[in-house]
Design a protein around this ligand. Structure first.
Ligand SMILES: NC(=O)c1ccc[n+]([C@@H]2O[C@H](COP(=O)([O-])OP(=O)(O)OC[C@H]3O[C@@H](n4cnc5c(N)ncnc54)[C@H](OP(=O)(O)O)[C@@H]3O)[C@@H](O)[C@H]2O)c1
Length: 198
């Protein structure tokens, strides 16, 4: 399979890329790193990305961030950080990518546990993650040519120690478990699923 991985050089993305590398053609994408550079915050940049790649069998996105900070002084501008990056970035990968994906191909997006188990200072990411999950459930019943879409929704990863303090009492999940979520989505038959890794 030709598998496009956006965010392929990140903590999660690099392990996901490695797991598919032996048996598949993996195209690594980052805004500054990877085989091809594209900025998911720019629809024009995403258009250029698919123009370059043309057809593909699976797209995985492990890129996108949001704003961390207290609700009491959060601004519109700060809230839009997650909307423009993690939410619209992934939504646009699907809206544009659906015209390039091969029949029976798949999209796998990334959300996160805080959509239903909030932590302090993450209202922006909670909202964004919930929207990504809902978007996938709805897109799954409309995608053409048997294309599928799922979301991997992880808890805090064992390889992200810089974030441990933000998640007090949350069990860290192994990278292997997270990687298997992406493998399930790409290699399995199902669609419209939120693959919780927690
Ligand atoms: N790590 C965790 O514990 C955890 C838990 C739950 C959910 N998540 C979610 O999983 C995703 C990945 O997390 P991570 O910790 O692996 O992130 P990360 O280590 O920061 O990696 C981010 C990746 O995305 C790329 N990227 C960043 N901005 C981009 C842009 N505008 N356009 C295209 N590529 C871009 C980066 O490459 P460049 O630098 O080249 O752009 C890098 O490859 C995030 O959505 C995060 O919210 C993570």
């Amino acid at each position: 399979m030709k598998i496009v991985i956006v965010g392929a050089t990140g903590t999660i993305g690099k392990e996901v890329s490695r797991s598919f590398d032996n048996e598949h053609e993996v195209i690594r994408v980052g805004s500054k790193s990877g085989d091809i550079q594209a900025d998911i915050q720019s629809p024009e940049s995403i258009e250029r990305l698919f123009d370059q790649i043309q057809e593909f069998d699976a797209l995985i996105c492990t890129a996108g961030n949001g704003h961390f900070g207290p609700l009491s002084n959060m601004t519109d501008r700060e809230f839009r950080k997650g909307i423009n990056s993690k939410l619209l970035g992934q939504v646009n990968l699907l809206l544009i990518g659906q015209h390039y994906v091969n029949p029976n191909g798949s999209f796998t997006l990334t959300s996160g546990i805080v959509w239903e188990e909030p932590i302090l200072n993450a209202a922006n990411l909670s909202a964004v993650n919930g929207a990504i999950n809902s978007f996938a459930i709805a897109a799954a019943i409309e995608l053409k040519n048997n294309a599928r879409i799922n979301v991997v929704c992880p808890s805090i990863c064992e390889n992200s120690p810089e974030m441990f303090d933000l998640f007090p009492g949350y069990e860290k999940v192994t990278t292997d478990r997270i990687v298997n979520g992406y493998r399930k989505s790409v290699l399995g038959p199902f669609t419209g699923k939120i693959i919780r890794i927690y």
